[in-house]
Write a protein that binds this ligand. Structure first.
Ligand code: ATP
Ligand code: MG
Length: 242
C-alpha cells in the first residue's frame, strides 16, 4: 500500500476570472521506502502539492490518502492526529519557535499529541542524535548556525515514528556540503521504510530521489525513474530553473 496517494487532485484559489489553478488533476503515489523529488518553475504548484499531502490544505477536487485514510473524510481532530503522528514536515522557512530550545522544538509534535514529558524528551534526544545535534539540545535557535537550525527542523520532522516525510527546499540557504548532509538524513529515514517527498530546484539534490516528478502550471508534465539524469529532463522543460 502507498503511504501517500494523490488522486486527480485539483486546488483552485479564488473564484471566477481571478481564480488561480495551483494544481490541475495531479495523481501521484509514493510507496514505503520511496523518495520522490518534485521539481518545476516557481509558481508551478510544488508547495501546494506538499501542503495537500501533509493535510495543511484541502483539495478543491480529488482525494489525498495518507496510510489508507482519505484526509477529506476525517474530522478536524482526526486530521490533526494524522498531522502530528504520521507526517513530518520541513518547511521552506524552517518555522522553529525562537522561545523553545532545540529539544523542545523537536518534541513539540509529540507533546501536542499528549505524550508524557519523559517520553517526548527521550524521542527528541533520539531524533537530535539522528541528525548529529544531541550536544546542542538545550540551545535556542538563535544560538545555532543556519545549518544547525536546519538539522533541528529535520529532527522535528523525523521525531517519533513518522512514515511520511515532506520537505520543501530543506537545503534552503545551506552551503552545498550541509545541504547534502540534510538530504542524506532524509534518504536514511526513507531507506528505513518511510515515504519521502522533496521539493527542490536543484538537480543534484533531486538525484537523491528514486523518482523525479516535474510540475508545470499545476500539472505533472514528466516523470523520470532513477536512471534518467534530472539535468536531462530539465533541458526538455522550458522555463524550469536548473
Ligand atoms: N493562498 C493562495 N491564494 C492565492 N493563490 C495562491 C495561494 N497559494 C498559492 N497560490 C498560487 O498558486 C500557484 C502555486 O503556488 P505554489 O506556492 O504551490 O508554487 P511553488 O511551485 O511552490 O513555487 P516556488 O518555487 O516559488 O516556491 C502560484 O501561482 C501561487 O501564486
Ligand atoms: Mg514553494
Amino acid at each position: 500500500m502507498s503511504v501517500l496517494e494523490l488522486r486527480e487532485v485539483y486546488r483552485t484559489h479564488g473564484k471566477g476570472e481571478t481564480a488561480v489553478h495551483a494544481l490541475r488533476g495531479v495523481t501521484l503515489a509514493v510507496a514505503p521506502g520511496e523518495f520522490v523529488a518534485v521539481m518545476g518553475p516557481s509558481g508551478s504548484g510544488k508547495s501546494t502539492l506538499l501542503n495537500l499531502a501533509g493535510g495543511l490544505d484541502a483539495p478543491t477536487r480529488g482525494e489525498v490518502v495518507v496510510e489508507g485514510s482519505v484526509l477529506g473524510g476525517l474530522n478536524r481532530k482526526q486530521l490533526a492526529a494524522v498531522r502530528r503522528r504520521r507526517v513530518g514536515y520541513v518547511f521552506q522557512d524552517l518555522n522553529l519557535l525562537p522561545s523553545l530550545t532545540a529539544a523542545e522544538n523537536v518534541a513539540l509534535p509529540l507533546e501536542l499529541d499528549g505524550m508524557s514529558l519523559r517520553k517526548t524528551r527521550r524521542h527528541a534526544i533520539a531524533a537530535l542524535e539522528e541528525v548529529g545535534l544531541a550536544d546542542l539540545a538545550l540551545r535556542f535557535p538563535d544560538e545555532m548556525s543556519g545549518g544547525q537550525q536546519q538539522r533541528v527542523a529535520i529532527a522535528r520532522a523525523l521525531v517519533g515514528d513518522r512514515r511520511l516525510v515532506l520537505a520543501d527546499e530543506p537545503t534552503g540557504a545551506l552551503d552545498s556540503q550541509t545541504g547534502e548532509a540534510v538530504l542524506k538524513l532524509l534518504r536514511a529515514r526513507v531507506d528505513a521504510g518511510a515515504a519521502g517527498v522533496l521539493v527542490t530546484h536543484e538537480a543534484r539534490h533531486a538525484a537523491w530521489a528514486d523518482r523525479v516528478v516535474f510540475l508545470r502550471d499545476g500539472e505533472i508534465v514528466d516523470t523520470s525513474g532513477p536512471l534518467v539524469q534530472p539535468e536531462e529532463l530539465l533541458h526538455n522543460v522550458p522555463g524550469v530553473r536548473a
